[in-house]
Each structure stands twice: as structure tokens, then as C-alpha cells.
Write a protein that binds this ligand. Structure first.
Ligand SMILES: Cc1cc2nc3c(=O)[nH]c(=O)nc-3n(C[C@H](O)[C@H](O)[C@H](O)COP(=O)(O)OP(=O)(O)OC[C@H]3O[C@@H](n4cnc5c(N)ncnc54)[C@H](O)[C@@H]3O)c2cc1C
Length: 441
């Protein structure tokens, strides 16, 4: 079945989940106030009471799409047998007062816990870094194993079986999806798209690898920037010509596009090793070698997330880049050999994970600007102005917000701030047109 949603968020890392959670809170608070027996609450008071100054619109439906089988993105936790490993982000630091308040709440509820550091505390997830993402995802609508292959704009209603329907199926096939003709519900989904869309002027059309099509009135893209751009480009580069009837490529403003293309990331090769005995890494369980191929070693048992001896090694960015195409098994052995004296134990087994986009090296600065309709824009940075922490653009009049750590700071806190900013920018939009009756929105 296809769905039509108000806000479609791509990526269930911390940025995407935070954006969804903030939008949910805005909607819930509105519902609560509206049902207060004390009397009706003026619509105009709601954003102010929610602390969302400038908010003009609350979406009714928010959906998060995630390509993986679990949430968390780069806040990743993996098991090998009984051993537990954080193999992406290792800890969270706090600088922003809003993030500090959120961290205090998560600590109180037992989702996160301090790991080390008295003045500048490093926090860990109670059961691993994914714990926080799992907690946030319980409150929002997340569709897992939902890989987005292309994003386009649907501009007009189409009859079932029209060119655009075939085009969606072709694009899924061209993008490596399972045979769309056999994918359950593909034709039905495309027909549903045609039926549900009649009456709308234009909507985002998002095609999943499964062949499912989801329509949305606004979009939040939180994958690493090159991956988000690839989703927008996929519609054109499928080799079938540009757009079926009523479906067109989503073309960004060239200046915005150029700035997004300039965002780069460091790669990181991570090795997860299960040890026979406790490691030789001193308490509280981390080392940061100053030179050589390894930039970080963590003892997950000392950290408090693994019941048995387990370590995570991160290769330095230069090493990861230089050896990116080499055999992962050999790289793992090489890195473990270099760390042998710190491990101080026999390695029972290991796995390697290569992060192509680990941390942004050139974050994109954006600033808040008030538009004439009262909405807030996250524009490319000008010399002065409050940081927007997200980039808001429109394509053919449809809102799209680029968010994630690349728009705030290259760490977990940056992802949180950017997700929150994305929600704020969306909530400041003028009221969106009501969905057409029977649209399922
Ligand atoms: C090895 C490593 C070590 C790190 N160490 C630290 C640290 O110690 N402290 C710290 O603060 N930060 C650290 N970071 C950075 C931190 O993990 C990130 O800043 C933060 O998690 C980014 O969150 P995000 O939501 O912006 O992006 P992500 O977590 O990358 O979320 C994006 C999501 O989009 C999904 N996605 C991508 N493409 C598609 C698609 N086509 N369809 C559907 N979904 C898609 C991805 O699967 C992912 O879940 C580290 C990162 C790495 C990789």
C-alpha cells in the first residue's frame, strides 16, 4: 500500500528521529490544548505555548523511512555472539543548553549514562549507542528496511496504468530493486498514487526499493549529503529518460546544489573484536593513539555495554582513505596486530565495518531568515545571523529540508540540533493545503 503523508523524513539516525519527535510533540500538544475543558485555545497561542516561536502549522502525519533493519544510523551497536560493540559513534558530548536539557532527561530515564569525564562528561547509551535512537523511535512512525531509491515531483493526477505508473516501476528496476512487476502491491501502489493524488497540484513522490511509492507534501533528508543528492539524481539517471507523464525530476537551485556538493566526510574503517580475556586498556576503557593507523580503541566491557570482553578499533581517516578498497579481512588483521599490546588478549573473532561517511569535514553553515509570509528559512550562511542548523529549500514550490550533522556540528549533538531545527523550520511554514478527500493523509 502506498501512503500520503504530510512530512516524510528519510533516515532514522538521530537527526531524523529528533525531527519526527519534535513534530510529534507539537501535534500532541496541540491536541491536548484543544481538548482542554477550560475552553478553546486560540490557534495562534499554540506555537508560543509549545516554545516554537514562529510555528504556523502542525502536520497530522509524519513518517520516517530507514533503509536499515534498525534505527540509529551512525549511532550503531552490533552483537557478535554475546559480545556487544558500539562501532560508530562512541560517546556524546554536550555544549548546547537545549541538548544539555535533553541529555538530563535521557539520563534520568536511564536511556543514557555518563561514561567518563568530570567537567566535559562523555555519555554512552545505557545498552549501547542505539539505545537513544530506539527510545525515540518508539514514539514515532518508522518504516524499517525501506530504502529510498529516487525522489521526484508528481505534478498532476494520472490514471492507473499511465506512463508515470510504468515509470515508477521502471525506476525501481533500474535502481536495483526487486522485480517491480513481482513486488507485492507495486501496481496497486502506483494505482493508489494516481487515485490519491487527484486534486493535489503537486507532491513529492518517493520510490522505495520494494517498489512502494510514498507521496509527501514536505520532505526532510537526513542521510549523509552525497546520499541525499543521489536520491534526487536517481530519477534522471535511471536511463529511461526524464520523467513519465506528470512526474518530473526534482532539480535544486544551482547555488544550493553547489554548496551541498561541497560537503565532504572522512571515511572510517571500524574493527570489532571479541577477546578471550579482559583487554589491557586501562579504566574507563578507551585509548586515543596519537600517531599510526589507529585513532581510537574502546573496551566495550569496561564501558559497561558488553557482558564479555570486546573492543572497537577505529582506523584514522588517512589510513581509512588510503586502504578503502582493500580486503576488509586483511585490514582487520593488520589493525588488530598493531593494537596487540593494548588488547593484551587473544582475539577470538572479529568483524569489519567501513563507514564511507563517518564525520563531515566541511559542515555547511546556514542562517535563519524570516520570509515575507512569516515562515523561517534556513538559508546558505550570510555574514551575520542566527545559525539555522538545517538548509530549507523549495523545489517547484514543495518544501525540502536538508538536515543532519553536516548542517550543525560533526557529532551526535549536531545531529540532534539539526533534527530539531528541521522541525522548527517546517512548523513555521504557512498552513499546508488540506489533503484531497480520500487521500489517506
Ligand atoms: C566511526 C564513527 C565514530 C563517531 N564517533 C563519534 C563520537 O564519538 N561522538 C560523536 O558525537 N559523534 C561521533 N560520530 C558522528 C555521529 O555518529 C554522527 O554525527 C551522528 O550520528 C549523525 O546522525 P545523523 O542523523 O545526522 O546521520 P545518520 O546517523 O547517518 O542517519 C542517516 C540515516 O539515513 C539512512 N539512509 C541513508 N540512505 C538512505 C536511503 N536511501 N533510504 C532510507 N534511509 C537511508 C541511514 O541508514 C541512516 O540511518 C561518529 C561517527 C562514526 C561513523
Amino acid at each position: 500500500m502506498s501512503r500520503t503523508v504530510d512530512v516524510l523524513i528519510i533516515g532514522a539516525g538521530l537527526a531524523g528521529l529528533t525531527a519526527a519527535d519534535q513534530l510529534r510533540q507539537a501535534g500532541h500538544e496541540r491536541a491536548a490544548w484543544q481538548s482542554e475543558a477550560a475552553g478553546p485555545v486560540r490557534q495562534a497561542d499554540i506555537p508560543r505555548q509549545a516554545g516554537l516561536d514562529g510555528a504556523a502549522w502542525q502536520p497530522d502525519s509524519v513518517l520516517v523511512l530507514e533503509k536499515s533493519r534498525g534505527v540509529g544510523g551512525r549511532m550503531a551497536t552490533r552483537r557478535i555472539g554475546e559480545a556487544v560493540f558500539d562501532h560508530g559513534a562512541q560517546f556524546m558530548t554536550v555544549r548546547d543548553p537545549g541538548f544539555a536539557r535533553a541529555m538530563a532527561g535521557w539520563t534520568k530515564s536511564g536511556v543514557v549514562a555518563p561514561w567518563f569525564g568530570d567537567k566535559n562528561t562523555r555519555y554512552r547509551g545505557q545498552t549501547g549507542m542505539t539505545a537513544l535512537a530506539k527510545q525515540l523511535s518508539q514514539q514515532v512512525d518508522v518504516q524499517l528496511s525501506a530504502r529510498v531509491v529516487s525522489i521526484a515531483i508528481q505534478t498532476e493526477a494520472r490514471a492507473p496504468g499511465a506512463a508515470g505508473t510504468a515509470r515508477a516501476a521502471e525506476s525501481a528496476q533500474a535502481s536495483g530493486a526487486a522485480d517491480p512487476a513481482r513486488a507485492p502491491g507495486t501496481q496497486a501502489a502506483a494505482a493508489q498514487v494516481s487515485a490519491t493524488h487527484s486534486g493535489h497540484s503537486q507532491v513529492w513522490q518517493v520510490l522505495l526499493e520494494s517498489g512502494e511509492v510514498i507521496l509527501a507534501r514536505s520532505l526532510v533528508l537526513t542521510a549523509p549529503v552525497p546520499q541525499s543528492l543521489a536520491m534526487l539524481d536517481a530519477w534522471d539517471s535511471s536511463g529511461k529518460g526524464a520523467g513519465g507523464k506528470g512526474v518530473v525530476a526534482a532539480v535544486l537551485d544551482p547555488a544550493v546544489r553547489a554548496r551541498l556538493e561541497a560537503v565532504t566526510y572522512d571515511p572510517c574503517i571500524a574493527v570489532m573484536a571479541r577477546l578471550e580475556n579482559r583487554s589491557a586498556i586501562p579504566s574507563p576503557g578507551w585509548l586515543r593513539p596519537r600517531s599510526g593507523p589507529i585513532s581510537w580503541i574502546a573496551d566495550n566491557q569496561a564501558k559497561g555495554i558488553s557482558p564479555v570482553p570486546s573492543v572497537t578499533l577505529h582506523a584514522a581517516p588517512d589510513f581509512s582513505r588510503a586502504h578503502w578498497d582493500e580486503d576488509p579481512r586483511e585490514l582487520g588483521e593488520q589493525l588488530l596486530a598493531r593494537a596487540a599490546s593494548d588488547l593484551g588478549s587473544r582475539v577470538l573473532e572479529f568483524q569489519v565495518h567501513a563507514w564511507r561517511y563517518s564525520r563531515p569535514t566541511t559542515p555547511l553553515q546556514t542562517t535563519i531568515r524570516s520570509a515575507t509570509d512569516g515562515s523561517l528559512r534556513g538559508d546558505l550562511a550570510v555574514s551575520s545571523g542566527q545559525p539555522a542548523n538545517a538548509l530549507a529549500a523549495t523545489v517547484a514550490g514543495l518544501p525540502v529540508v536538508f538536515a543532519g550533522d553536516a548542517f550543525a556540528a560533526p557529532r551526535v549533538e549536531g545531529a540532534y540540533l539539526s533534527g530539531r531545527a528541521a522541525a522548527r523550520l517546517l512548523l513555521s511554514l504557512p498552513p499546508q493545503p488540506e489533503p484531497h478527500p480520500g487521500s489517506g493523509a
